[in-house]
Design a protein around this ligand. Sequence first.
Ligand code: SF4
Ligand code: FES
Length: 146
Amino acid sequence: MSAPPERGPTRTYSGEAIEVHWEPRLCIHVQNCVRNLPQVFKAGERPWIVIDGAGADAVAATVEQCPTGALHYRRLDGGPQEQAPDETVVDPRPDGPLFVRGRLRIVGDEGGVIREDTRVALCRCGGSANKPFCDGTHRRIGFTTG
Ligand code: SF4
Ligand code: FES
């Protein structure tokens, strides 16, 4: 049996209807969440997630737009949990990582599963310290895709 998928330290923000899990090591601060739902996701504030700032449906929809898998949620109100999409889609970002969506299983050098997720950002610049995941280094080193 392979080792369980690795999960980094995760912070949990709990409300009555939904809780949100944030894995900082996967967050590359592209801020989709902050742009989509600023009444909940507040860059630079502590706590940066104000879980009751919007309804659970809106929070869930925004979490599902997080391209890196840094955000996940669990509905506590009987609402639908996130479903893996039927298709796998790879979206190469200009000057950045590969955003991948689907029913994903990432395996390591020795074949063990290191992550199962619906959304990941894979390093394309070669500079990440958290390979195979993007850690935002592409911006620092000025990586370009032409
Ligand atoms: S959308 Fe995801 S990766 Fe982007 S800032 Fe929010 S949590 Fe981080
Ligand atoms: S593509 Fe983001 S760190 Fe390599």
